[in-house]
Each structure stands twice: as C-alpha cells, then as structure tokens.
Ligand binder design. Structure first.
Ligand SMILES: [Mg+2]
Length: 252
C-alpha cells in the first residue's frame, strides 16, 4: 500500500528523528510499500528534504516529497510579480513556477505586486509585514502556504505560519487562500498520485486528519507531535504514540 507521511511531529521534531520512525519507514520499504512525504512546512526545498531524510537513513527521491510551497506555486502564474515571504523551500518553488520575485527596497515597491505568498519564515520582520500589508491593500492576492498555528519542538512549541498570517490579516482585513493540507491546492497535488490503498499518517487532526478525509483515504494519528483535541467530525482509522506504533498496527 501507499503511505503518505507528514514530517514534523511524525518523522522528526526539527532536527531529531522521532524514536523508531526511521526503522518503521525502512520496514515499510522492505515490505514493498511505497512512501511519500507530505508536509505543510515550506522552509526547506525538496532537495533539502531529500538530503535531510537521507542523512537520517531514509532513502528518498525528490518526487516523493510534496510541500505546501509546491501547492502554493500552483496558485501563481509565470511572469506574475510575486512578493515571497518565506524560506528557501518557498522561494525555489515560486521561481520554478516562473514568477518574477519582487524584492522591495522601499514600501512603494510593494504597491505593484500581483500576489503575496507567505510561508513559515523564521526571520519574519516588521518590514515583511509592512510590505505584505501595502501589497494586499493595493490589490495583490494573498496566498499562504498553511494555517498551522504552531510548530512543535521536542519539549516546547513555537509559532507556525498561521501566526504570521494572523499579523497580515490583522493589518489588511484580507483572508488568504491557503495552499497546504487540508486545502484544495494540496488535495489537487495528491489526487493523481493516490492508489487504491493509501493511508495518511500525521500528528494534527485539523490538517492531516481533515486532509485524509478530503482525499478519501485512511488516517493514522500519531501522538508524537502536536496534540489536538479530539474532533468527532474527523475519522481516525488507527492511532498510536508514534509512526512505529501505527506501522506495527497496520502491517503487524
Ligand atoms: Mg505534523
């Protein structure tokens, strides 16, 4: 069968693999299952994800990585003037889509922008917020990679893209189109790749769980990342403390 695995909180927390996850993926591959990684984290490029997974001992190729940055890039057109606020993963996908990146040196430069695309950005500043505010108030479309409010570290939790989005929403009163899980652009990206037996594994009900429901695939919930309150509207096929536990339940 095919496994769609979330990364943060499932395979690793930031730079530390979650216990048993690497071995569980190796086991799936040994058994002939196929694995893809589906993340709302737009900070790394696909090649950087390949490098990181390979470094942890997970053999993977670029076509097995799907990011919210890729989904966001389906919402812009070649030659459009785009203000990208995010890290390398976002910028690379937008450049690959053929947009002209706008790099404002004065606030006025942000007045002539077709779309603002916002992703997780750990250098997010008042200046980025101001540029986004001016661009959107001047008529630019507002696209965000994802709405995840937080990012789970090993013991602590820090702000996710949703927190940056909130700053821009507050100053513009505009609502973004979200690209990543569980929204339609990411659903469209995955739909052609689905096989008869597919399972999505993630730690967040509101994104991974809802995404699985929209794709019409099974959902495996893990408790190794973010813990969200139970939502009766989101079906959970199986759950466990970690990816290893979910894999164990499914393949024995
Ligand atoms: Mg996660």
């Amino acid at each position: 069968m095919q496994w769609l695995l979330d990364l943060d909180g499932v395979v690793w927390t930031l730079d530390t693999p979650i216990e048993g996850s690497v071995e569980a993926i190796a086991r799936l591959l040994d058994l002939g299952h196929s694995v893809r990684f589906v993340t709302n984290n737009s900070s790394l490029s696909r090649i950087q994800y390949v490098d990181k997974l390979t470094r942890f001992g997970v053999p993977v190729t670029r076509d097995q990585i799907l990011t919210s940055a890729m989904a966001a890039a389906t919402l812009v057109k070649a030659r459009e003037r785009v203000l990208a606020i995010g890290e390398r993963g976002l910028v690379e996908e937008l450049v690959a889509a053929g947009v002209d990146l706008v790099l404002p040196t004065r606030l006025e430069d942000a007045e002539d922008v077709d779309a603002v695309v916002l992703g997780w950005y750990r250098q997010f500043s008042y200046s980025d917020m101001s540029n986004a505010c001016v661009a959107i108030r001047s008529g630019a479309r507002f696209i965000a990679t994802n709405a995840d409010p937080t990012y789970p570290l090993e013991r602590l939790v820090v702000p996710g893209t949703g927190a940056l989005v909130a700053a821009v929403v507050t100053s513009t009163k505009a609502q973004p189109v979200f690209a990543g899980k569980p929204e339609e652009p990411m659903v469209q990206l995955l739909r052609p790749l689905l096989t008869e037996e597919t399972i999505m594994v993630g730690d967040r009900l509101s994104t991974d769980g809802r995404f699985a429901a929209r794709l019409g695939v099974e959902f495996g919930l893990v408790h190794s990342g973010v813990r969200e309150e139970h939502d009766p509207d989101i079906p959970v096929s199986l759950q466990g403390n970690s990816l290893a536990a979910v894999v164990e339940q499914k393949v024995g």
